[in-house]
Ligand binder design. Structure first.
Ligand SMILES: [Zn+2]
Length: 288
């Protein structure tokens, strides 16, 4: 249920919910705020993710590091218990860490955060709306405080906290697996273009859960190509596009938990194309 709210709020950010920008923004602000997501802040960073998808320098999220920039301690996690720990931390707190500290986000020359209106993620004309998002989050926290006073903390954790953790885990799982795959490249400035980047995303198969997630799991390639299209047309459009894109369409039916374990093992950092012919093309590697 909360994933459906997430999907509609995401759609509002893409101006794909209604024909009127104001309706999209009001509905998106209400829904995302209820999920403690700063609506405008994420709308703008997410749009930038869409327009720079797959770029090593300018993509906003799930930007892999080159080997030379990997922190020294990473090698200690390159084993099954370490990997399990990284997966658990990523799934449970990856989303708030991204919003608050830009973890896995684009490298900026100073600290940045989705709650900071003056942060480098945002342009000058976007800053006022970042304040509005922050105001929304503060109001939501106040409402939650009032609920705790009336119903108690345990009640809130059961009715709101646990479903929120579940939805955050789903959001990170789905989006991580759409943007991370051993066979998909990232592009440096010399080789990147928007279409190449959009085609370097992958659709996955969650079995019966595809329906639960409104097919956001297996229509992501088409979402990157036509982001103003509502999610309920995603399947139809994907079926039309598959034969047109041919080998440029990426789909992986590996069972999700198997795929998650494999990507966490294989996709640790990136290195330029091995034969050196295309220095602007980066592939996932895992050997330190
Ligand atoms: Zn999107």
């Amino acid at each position: 249920m909360l994933t459906s709210v997430w999907i509609i709020a995401h759609e509002c950010g893409h101006h794909a919910f209604s024909d009127y920008q104001i309706v999209d923004d009001v509905v998106g602000l209400l829904l995302h705020t209820a999920l403690l997501v700063p609506y405008f802040s994420w709308k703008y960073s997410h749009r930038r993710h869409h327009s720079n998808i797959g770029s090593m320098e300018r993509d906003e999220v799930f930007v892999p590091k080159p080997k030379s920039k990997m922190p020294w301690y990473n090698n200690y996690f390159n084993n099954p218990p370490g990997r399990l720990l990284v997966i658990l931390v990523t799934l449970t707190v990856g989303w708030p860490l991204y919003l608050a500290f830009n973890v896995s986000g684009r490298e900026y020359d100073r600290f940045t955060c989705h709650y900071d209106p003056n942060g480098p993620i945002f342009s000058n004309r976007e800053r006022l709306q970042v304040y509005i998002s922050d105001l929304g989050i503060m109001s939501a926290i106040y409402v939650l405080y009032k609920i705790v006073m009336a119903k108690g903390f345990v009640w809130l954790v059961c009715v709101y906290g646990v479903p929120m953790i579940v939805v955050n885990v789903c959001v990170v799982l789905i989006t991580y697996l759409q943007h991370t795959h051993p066979s998909l490249p990232h592009y440096g400035e010399s080789e990147w273009d928007w279409l190449r980047g959009a085609l370097a995303t992958v659709d996955r198969d969650y079995g019966v859960l595809n329906k639960v997630f409104h097919n956001s799991t297996n229509t992501h390639v088409v979402h990157h190509l036509f982001s103003t299209m509502p999610h309920y047309h995603g399947m139809e459009a994907t079926n039309v596009l598959k034969p047109i894109l041919g080998e440029y369409y990426s789909f992986d039916a590996t069972p999700i938990w198997k795929a998650l374990w494999r990507e966490a093992r294989e996709c640790l950092f990136v290195e330029p194309d091995e034969d050196g012919a295309q220095n602007g093309v980066f592939w996932y590697r895992n050997k330190f």
